[in-house]
Design a protein around this ligand. Structure first.
Ligand code: FMN
Length: 333
C-alpha cells in the first residue's frame, strides 16, 4: 500500500495536499467539503495588518466618545450588523472551523511592520489554530530603502510573531529577494519553522481606454510551478525549516514535482477554486497510481530526490543552466 502521508510544521498530514489561503476557507461548509474530498490541511484566508489596525482605530474612536468606562462605552458601538469587528470574526471562524473539521487549520496573518497587531498571532493560537502562516507581501517603492533595511525589518517581525506563540510558524515569501538562500536562513534563525514559496504577485494592468489601472486576478497555470520548484530544490537540505510549495499546483504531476524538489506540502488555490473539491480525489488517485507504477512506497521517500543536493548535476539550477537553456532553442529556419 502506498503511503501518501507527510509532515509539515510538525503536523502529521495524511497526504501532501493543502488548501492554501483563499476564499475557500471563508465558509465552514466549503472546508468540510474539502476535508471530505481528502484535503490534508487548510490555510485560512489572511487577516491583514491593515484590517486589524483599522478596526482598533475605529474602536478607539467609539470608545473615546463620552466616557472612559469600557463597559459603558461599548454601548456606543453600533450593532454587529452595521459594525462588524472583522478580526474578532476571523478568530471566531478559526474556532468554528476547528470544531467542524478534523484536519489541521492554519491561521494566516498578512503584514509587514512590527506593532500591536502582531498579538493576533497569539489570539489565533488561543482560538485553536494549529499553526500560523505569516505572509510578508510587500512592494518596496522607496528608492532610499535598502534591501538590508527591508530584510532586517521582516526578520524582526518574524522574531516578534514567533516570540508570541508556541504553535509552529510558517512564513510566506515573495521570490524577489537579492539573495534568497541567505534571507531564508535569517528567517529560520528568527524562528520560522516553515517557508511557503512563493506568494503570487498580482501585477496591475493598464486599461488604455479608461487610462486606469486594471486589477484583475488571474488564476495560475502549471507553468507557474517552475519558479518555486527551482527555489525549493535549491533550499532543500540547507536549512532547518519545512518548505511548502505554492503557485502552479494543478495536477498530480505538479504534486510529484513539488515533493521531489523537497517540499513537504503542495498547496493549491487556483485549481480548487476553478475545479472544485472533486479535483482532490482525482489528483490523489493519479498520485497513487503513478507511485505504484514507478515503485515508490511513500511520499517521504521521494521528498528532495530531485533537489540540488541530490541530483548528479546541481549546476542545472544555477547560472550554467541559463546558457544551456538558451542554446536548447531550435534555431529559426
Ligand atoms: C482568490 C484568491 C485569494 C487569495 N487570498 C489569499 C490570502 O488571503 N492570503 C494569502 O496568503 N494568499 C492568498 N492567495 C494566494 C494563494 O494562497 C496562493 O498562494 C496563490 O494563489 C498561488 O497558488 P495557486 O497557483 O494554487 O493559485 C489568494 C489566491 C487567490 C486566487
Amino acid at each position: 500500500m502506498t503511503d501518501l502521508s507527510t509532515t509539515y510544521l510538525g503536523l502529521r498530514l495524511k497526504n501532501p495536499l493543502v488548501a492554501s489561503a483563499s476564499p475557500l476557507s471563508r465558509k465552514v461548509e466549503r472546508v468540510q467539503r474539502l476535508e471530505e474530498a481528502g484535503i490534508a490541511a487548510v490555510v485560512m484566508y489572511s487577516l491583514f495588518e491593515e484590517q486589524i489596525i483599522h478596526e482598533s482605530l475605529e474602536l478607539d474612536h467609539y470608545l473615546m466618545q463620552g466616557t472612559d468606562s469600557f463597559p459603558e462605552a461599548m454601548s456606543y458601538l453600533p450593532d454587529s450588523g452595521t459594525y462588524s469587528l472583522l478580526p474578532e470574526k476571523y478568530l471566531a471562524k478559526i474556532t468554528e472551523l476547528k470544531r467542524a473539521v478534523n484536519i489541521p487549520v492554519i491561521g494566516s496573518l498578512n503584514g509587514v511592520s512590527k506593532g500591536g497587531w502582531v498579538r493576533y498571532a497569539r489570539l489565533m493560537q488561543d482560538a485553536g489554530a494549529d499553526a500560523v502562516e505569516l505572509n510578508l507581501y510587500y512592494i518596496p517603492t522607496d528608492p532610499a530603502l535598502t534591501a538590508g533595511e527591508l530584510e532586517d525589518a521582516q526578520a524582526a517581525l518574524v522574531a516578534d510573531v514567533k516570540a508570541s506563540i508556541s504553535i509552529p510558524l510558517a512564513v510566506k515569501l515573495s521570490p524577489f529577494y537579492t539573495s534568497l538562500p541567505q534571507f531564508a536562513r535569517r528567517l529560520s534563525e528568527a524562528g520560522a519553522d516553515g517557508l511557503v514559496l512563493f506568494n503570487r504577485f498580482y501585477q496591475p494592468d493598464f486599461d488604455l481606454e479608461e487610462l486606469k489601472i486594471a486589477h484583475t486576478l488571474e488564476l495560475s497555470t502549471s507553468s507557474d510551478l517552475r519558479l518555486p520548484l527551482r527555489w525549493i530544490s535549491i533550499l532543500h537540505g540547507s536549512l532547518d525549516v519545512d518548505l511548502a510549495l505554492t503557485s502552479g499546483v494543478h495536477t498530480a504531476t505538479d504534486v510529484l514535482k513539488a515533493m521531489m524538489s523537497g517540499a513537504k506540502a503542495a498547496m493549491m488555490a487556483s485549481e480548487l477554486l476553478h475545479g472544485g473539491p472533486e479535483r482532490i480525489p482525482a489528483i490523489l488517485s493519479e498520485l497513487q497510481t503513478w507511485m505504484e507504477v514507478h515503485q515508490y512506497t511513500s511520499i517521504m521517500q521521494m521528498q528532495g530526490s530531485m533537489s540540488r543536493m541530490s541530483i548528479a548535476e546541481p549546476s542545472v539550477f544555477e547560472r550554467a543552466n541559463y546558457m544551456k537553456v538558451l542554446s536548447s532553442f531550435r534555431d529559426l529556419p
